[in-house]
Design a protein around this ligand. Structure first.
Ligand SMILES: Cc1cc2nc3c(=O)[nH]c(=O)nc-3n(C[C@H](O)[C@H](O)[C@H](O)COP(=O)(O)OP(=O)(O)OC[C@H]3O[C@@H](n4cnc5c(N)ncnc54)[C@H](O)[C@@H]3O)c2cc1C
Length: 391
C-alpha cells in the first residue's frame, strides 16, 4: 500500500497483520467495521473502489418488513432488525452529526383490482398480530379508500383502494454510508484502504494478498464484497461446482420536486417512489438477471420514470437529476449469507443482502462478528447460515 492508502486517515500505521480484515466497504462491511472498532479490534477495511460506492450507492433506501402473513423466523428477524435500526441510526447520527435521511414515513400500496382489497383486509388482521414491538408499539397494514394526500398517488384505475403500511421507513443510502464512514474516523484502531483490492484469501495461513503486492495476516477476515464475495468464497470451497450467488442489476433515478418528505413511499408492481429530504424523489428499480452493461442506465429506467410520473401527477415535469445502476448481491439460495466458512473458520461471509441490505446489515454484522469477538449468539434464521447455502 502507498502511505496515502495505508490508513493514516485515523492516525494509525498498519503492520503486517490485523485482528480483523474486512473485504468491501459497502453497507455490510461498514457496519462490521464500525461494530468491530467499537469493540476495540484492530481493523483494516479494504475496498477496491471508494467506500459506499458499490451497490450501496443507490437512491431508494426503502426499509420494509415482509408481508405480515405466514409469519416465520425470517420475517421476525427482519422485523426486529428494522426496529432496532431506528436506535442504531439515532446513535450514528449523534456520533457524527450527519443525517442518514432515516424516517419511519410508511408505505402506500395502491390496489388496482378489487380482489386485492380482500387479501389486504386479511393482512390487516395479521399485522395486528405479528407487527408488534417489544415496547408495546404496534404497526398497521391499514386498508383505506383514499391516499393520505390527494394526488399521492392518483386514484384513477385503483379499484381496490390503498394499503397504508405504518412500519415502513426510508433512508438516504448515500447519506447512510457517508455517516458510517465518518463514524469510523473516530477510531484510531481502524485503517481504511480505498482503491486497493483483496486478490486472494488464504484460509490456511490466514493471509490476504492485496493488489498492491502486500500480504496482510489476519486473525479473522470478513468477506463483505457484495456480489464479488461469491467467487471469493467459492475459491475457498474447491469441491463446490455451482456458484454461490450472482449479481442482479438494478437501475434507479433521482428527481427534484417540492414534495413533503414525510409522505409515505409508494410501491406498485415493482415501482418505488420514495420521497427524501431536500426536495428529492427516488424512483426505482429494475431487476435484471441478464444484462450487457452493468453500470449503464437505459430505456428500462426511462419506462419506470414514465410510470412514476403517471402515478404521481406532481412528478409530471420534475427534472431527473441523477440516473444510476448497480449490481445487487443475490445468493443462489436467495437469503443473506452470514457466518464462518466451514472449510476456513476464520473467514466469515457477510453478503447476499440482495434487495434488503440497508434494513438488516447492522444485525448481520453483529452475527458475523460473533465468532470474532466470542460474543453471545445472535439469532439468525438458519437459512442465512453458510452451511445452508452450501447444502
Ligand atoms: C437500483 C437498486 C435499488 C436498491 N434499493 C434498495 C432499497 O430500497 N433498500 C435496500 O435495503 N436495498 C436496496 N438495494 C440493495 C442494496 O443496495 C444492496 O443489497 C447493498 O448495497 C449491498 O451491500 P453490500 O455491502 O453487500 O455490497 P456493496 O455495496 O456492493 O459493497 C461491496 C464493496 O466491496 C468492494 N469490493 C468488491 N470486491 C472487492 C475486492 N476483491 N477487494 C476489495 N473490495 C472489494 C466493492 O468496491 C464495494 O464497495 C438496491 C440496489 C439497487 C442496485
Amino acid at each position: 500500500m502507498t502511505e496515502g492508502d495505508k490508513a493514516p486517515r485515523n492516525g494509525g500505521q498498519w503492520g503486517r497483520s490485523v485482528d480483523l480484515l474486512i473485504v468491501g466497504g459497502g453497507v455490510m462491511g461498514l457496519w462490521a467495521a464500525l461494530k468491530a472498532a467499537r469493540a476495540g479490534l484492530d481493523v483494516l477495511l479494504v475496498d477496491e473502489g471508494r467506500l459506499g460506492q458499490g451497490a450501496s450507492y443507490g437512491h431508494l433506501g426503502a426499509l420494509m418488513a415482509h408481508m405480515p402473513d405466514k409469519w416465520n423466523a425470517k420475517k421476525q428477524f427482519q422485523f426486529d432488525a428494522l426496529l432496532s435500526l431506528e436506535t442504531e441510526v439515532r446513535a450514528l447520527e449523534a456520533e457524527t452529526g450527519l443525517s442518514t435521511g432515516y424516517a419511519r414515513t410508511g408505505r402506500l400500496i395502491p390496489l388496482p383490482k378489487p380482489h386485492l382489497r380482500d387479501i389486504a383486509l386479511r393482512h390487516e388482521t395479521e399485522a395486528r398480530i405479528n407487527w408488534r414491538a417489544g415496547d408495546g408499539r404496534r404497526f398497521e397494514w391499514r386498508v383505506t379508500d383514499q391516499p393520505p394526500v390527494p394526488g399521492w398517488s392518483q386514484t384513477e384505475g385503483i379499484e381496490g383502494g390503498f394499503v397504508l403500511d405504518t412500519f415502513a421507513a426510508r433512508a438516504n443510502p448515500r447519506g447512510f454510508t457517508a455517516s458510517l464512514t465518518a463514524a469510523l474516523r473516530h477510531f484510531n484502531n481502524v485503517g481504511v484502504a480505498e482503491n486497493v483490492a483483496v486478490l486472494d484469501l488464504d484460509g490456511m495461513r490466514s493471509e490476504a494478498r492485496l493488489s498492491t503486492g502486500d500480504i496482510i495476516g489476519f486473525g479473522h477476515a470478513i468477506v463483505a464484497s457484495g456480489y464479488q464475495a461469491f467467487p471469493m468464497l467459492e475459491r475457498l470451497l474447491p469441491a463446490r461446482k455451482t456458484p454461490l450467488g450472482m449479481p442482479v442489476k438494478g437501475q434507479s433515478a433521482l428527481l427534484a420536486a417540492e414534495i413533503d418528505p414525510s409522505l409515505p413511499l409508494i410501491f406498485l408492481d415493482g415501482l418505488y417512489v420514495v420521497p427524501h429530504e431536500g426536495a428529492k424523489i427516488a424512483i426505482g428499480s429494475t431487476s435484471e438477471n441478464v444484462f450487457d452493461e452493468p453500470f449503464a442506465t437505459d430505456e428500462q429506467l426511462e419506462a419506470l420514470i414514465r410510470r412514476a410520473r403517471q402515478l404521481v401527477p406532481a412528478l409530471k415535469d420534475a427534472p431527473v437529476i441523477d440516473r444510476w445502476a448497480g449490481l445487487r448481491p443475490k445468493a443462489l439460495a436467495r437469503d443473506p449469507m452470514v457466518g464462518p466458512v466451514p472449510e476456513a473458520q476464520r473467514i466469515i461471509a457477510l453478503t447476499g443482502g440482495f434487495k434488503v441490505s440497508f434494513g438488516i446489515a447492522h444485525r448481520l454484522a453483529d452475527a458475523a462478528l460473533r465468532s470474532v469477538l466470542g460474543s453471545a449468539e445472535v439469532e439468525i434464521p438458519s437459512t442465512f447460515r453458510v452451511e445452508h447455502h452450501l447444502a
